[in-house]
Design a binder for this molecule. Structure first.
Ligand code: ATP
Ligand code: F6P
Ligand code: MG
Length: 322
């Protein structure tokens, strides 16, 4: 049986483009004759019964905005079987038979649990981390990478003037993709990611050699999962004080601001795709994009597969930054 009333929520760390995804879910749902509801503050809002009807105008003027009009949350209670049962009952009480969850891997687990309780669910990759398997890119990743590259461009100016090295700490607890893609795009000399072990002695020697061969600055991008920028700076200074490292931690700046066209388009395509697949009767599925094509994968498979790190890009970045 196909769905008639659907709801949408955003969960986990927010990401630029979540609003564009909410807009696409709401407008496609209405276009196909469904009733569409919004749930405020992720699974927490679901448990608080914070659910409201959405119309075409409720998603006006949001495609260009960062953050999420539905707000986001991390909810401990929903991690328990009782919390999940309560969530499913609240949805049933409203007659909501389909749910689109926009969030990261944790949020996917929640959608998976709800589908086992009879709610038809679709999960969309809304996280800057790009740490979700069975999709080449997540919504927000492109914007976050652009923010890092923009910051590195600025740092380069002052580092070159003073012949210093710049240590830039970026987000990514378990996934080095922000560091990798921003590092390649900004010509970083060193990219430290949780997926690849590193040797500080070797890195220091390489930086010293590059300065000796005329380099006027050195950019080191550190994914937070490896350690802090301050730790890396200390390790470098201990080995070679003349590198004069200066640390910049970009933090939550990476999660704000207007989404890039790439993220808006990805969000629009995925939001519409999720609605169409719910109407076709699909459930417990993750929506993603692989080589430009929209794909549907079992949530179980997605959450149990670690995203593969792109070693080719990593090696390319190192080759090009000597
Ligand atoms: N195993 C689980 N079972 C049920 N619900 C879960 C589970 N893991 C996470 N959730 C729910 O999803 C919410 C968001 O998860 P989490 O904090 O891991 O963020 P995320 O969705 O992975 O996003 P990001 O990592 O990008 O911040 C949690 O607060 C919790 O309510
Ligand atoms: O906003 P919070 O709860 O501090 O979480 C920060 C984490 O969220 C993420 O931005 C993912 O959304 C990670 O990269 C980062 O480690
Ligand atoms: Mg996560």
């Amino acid at each position: 049986m196909t769905v008639k009333k659907i709801a949408v929520l955003t969960s986990g760390g927010d990401s630029q483009g979540m609003n564009a995804a909410v807009r696409a879910v709401v407008r496609s749902g209405l276009y196909y004759g469904l009733e569409v509801y919004g749930i405020q503050r992720g699974y927490q809002g679901l448990l608080n019964d914070d659910i409201f009807s959405m119309d075409l105008r409720s998603v006006g003027d949001i495609i260009q905005r960062g953050g999420t009009i539905l707000q986001s949350a991390r909810c401990k209670e929903f991690m328990t079987p009782e919390g999940q049962q309560k969530g499913a009952e609240i949805l049933r009480k409203h007659g909501i038979d389909g749910l689109v969850v926009i969030g990261g891997d944790g949020s996917y687990h929640g959608a998976n649990k709800l589908s086992k309780l009879g709610i038809k669910t679709m999960a969309l990759p809304g996280t800057i981390d790009n740490d979700i398997s069975y999709t080449d890119f997540t919504i927000g990743f492109d914007t976050a990478v652009s923010i890092v590259v923009d910051a590195v461009n600025k740092l380069r100016d002052t580092m070159s003037s003073h012949e210093r090295s710049s240590i830039v700490e970026v987000m990514g607890r378990h996934c080095g993709d922000i560091a990798l893609y921003a590092g390649l795009a900004s010509g970083a000399e060193t990219i430290l990611v949780p997926e690849v072990p590193h040797d500080m002695d070797e890195i220091t020697e390489r930086m010293k050699e590059n300065f000796a061969h005329g380099k006027r600055h050195s950019i080191v991008i550190v994914a937070e999962g490896v350690g802090s920028g301050e730790d890396v700076a200390k390790a470098l200074t201990d080995r070679c004080p003349t590198l004069e490292p200066r640390v910049t931690c970009l933090g939550h700046i990476q999660r704000g601001g207007t989404p890039t066209p790439t993220d808006r388009n990805l969000a629009s395509r995925l939001g519409d795709f999720a609605v169409r697949k719910l109407i076709e009767g699909e459930s417990d599925k993750a929506c993603g994009i692989i080589k430009g094509e929209l794909v549907l994968t079992d949530i179980d498979k997605v959450v149990n597969t670690k995203k593969e790190f792109n070693m080719e890009l990593y090696e390319l970045a190192l080759r090009l930054s000597q």
